[in-house]
Design a protein around this ligand. Sequence first.
Ligand SMILES: *[C@@H]1O[C@H](CO)[C@@H](O)[C@H](O)[C@H]1NC(C)=O
Ligand SMILES: *[C@@H]1O[C@H](CO)[C@@H](O)[C@H](O)[C@H]1NC(C)=O
Ligand SMILES: *[C@@H]1O[C@H](CO)[C@@H](O)[C@H](O)[C@H]1NC(C)=O
Ligand SMILES: *[C@@H]1O[C@H](CO)[C@@H](O)[C@H](O)[C@H]1NC(C)=O
Ligand SMILES: *[C@@H]1O[C@H](CO)[C@@H](O)[C@H](O)[C@H]1NC(C)=O
Length: 366
Amino acid sequence: MEKINLFFWSFCFLQWFAGAYDPLDPKGNITIKWDFFDIHDGDGYVVTVTMYNNQLYRHIESPGWALGWTWPSEDEIILHMSGAEATKQGDCKRFKSNPLPHSCERSPVIVDLHPGVPYNLQTANCCKGGVISSLTQDPSKAISSFQMAVQSSVNFTATSGAFGSPSNFSIGVPGYTCSNNMALVEPTKFSTGNSQRIQQALMTWQVVCSYSQFRESNAPSCCVSLSSFYSDAIVNCPRCSCRCPHTGLAGNCYIDDEPDNKLQTPNGEGDDKIAVKCTEHMCPIQVHWHVKVNYKDYWRVKVTITNLNFFKNYSDWNLVLEHPNLQNITQIFSFSYQPLIVYPGTISGSRRRRENKKKIGRINTM
Ligand SMILES: *[C@@H]1O[C@H](CO)[C@@H](O)[C@H](O)[C@H]1NC(C)=O
Ligand SMILES: *[C@@H]1O[C@H](CO)[C@@H](O)[C@H](O)[C@H]1NC(C)=O
Ligand SMILES: *[C@@H]1O[C@H](CO)[C@@H](O)[C@H](O)[C@H]1NC(C)=O
Ligand SMILES: *[C@@H]1O[C@H](CO)[C@@H](O)[C@H](O)[C@H]1NC(C)=O
Ligand SMILES: *[C@@H]1O[C@H](CO)[C@@H](O)[C@H](O)[C@H]1NC(C)=O
């Protein structure tokens, strides 16, 4: 593994936090808004669908999001789409229009287009192959959007709330679940270009999705090993940190550094259950914390992150560290770093500020 590019999903020590609640990012969510820009009662509408990644450090990486929902009735179809595409056109034979609708699926799945698609297929904030950055890494890339024209028989003047809205949303990324129904919220306001004018959508529907490590997998994805200059001993990742080796599943890990070609899955993406290197801890990612010096005035550590999953390359990864003695980082080498500031508002009513340190970067050589 001469080259590793990895995203460190979540700090290993956080594994035991249950449910969707992440104390390092208590408000983290992905909010999906449908902003209406043209409504023809009884006929259809034009909406811009935007996904906002409101998570501090979790990003959506390649192969990206795949947004799914279920239309409220058979009447809804997607006539046209730009900035993204439905994976299936479905059965459009009951529609005589020419060209045929973009998708007649009752539960369509939409995927982002890749960078470099023709200009006429693009919209603002589209075409990033479904990759969305996090708020800390690159807030300007923490949104993704596309536009579509929908045929629908809903009369919005005669109804209220989010009547006629789709339900059953999913974003196609492990670990995320979305609220069941869309809510009618304050119309989104936009400032256009560098003018002072503020425009707003005619109507906005919203659905919120959240992440849970436990929904993604009940096994941790990383472990931490420790060593220091003053001791020969290495405290390795505990055995079975992520899974136990030799659990009877033949071929559930690889001994060699180079798994042979027949193990390549057709789309180049691997199932990480079978693609990791055999270790006692069986974690796809290992973080090693080596204390290099420990003086009265300061200490210095070297952190090494190893990708042990043969079939996964990670890009724009980040590593979140929580350590009681990281209040005053003075120097970071080879990484960019930002404190992750969390206000755990509910802890005994106090606004105790907890600062967590965060590194963002890319490793190219090891
Ligand atoms: C989603 O995130 C936004 C931005 O942090 C926050 O204002 C909102 O309350 C969150 N919504 C939910 C349901 O958690
Ligand atoms: C929509 O509902 C309003 C109010 O009930 C009605 O005046 C209007 O004619 C309806 N429009 C269509 C296209 O059905
Ligand atoms: C929810 O969506 C899935 C596909 O995304 C679909 O197969 C399923 O039928 C939908 N469920 C309901 C209740 O509409
Ligand atoms: C990961 O990146 C390396 C080097 O760029 C490449 O050789 C390898 O095929 C990639 N693997 C996957 C699964 O994309
Ligand atoms: C952090 O370190 C700087 C420089 O070493 C020092 O001036 C400052 O007082 C320290 N702050 C705290 C809170 O320890």
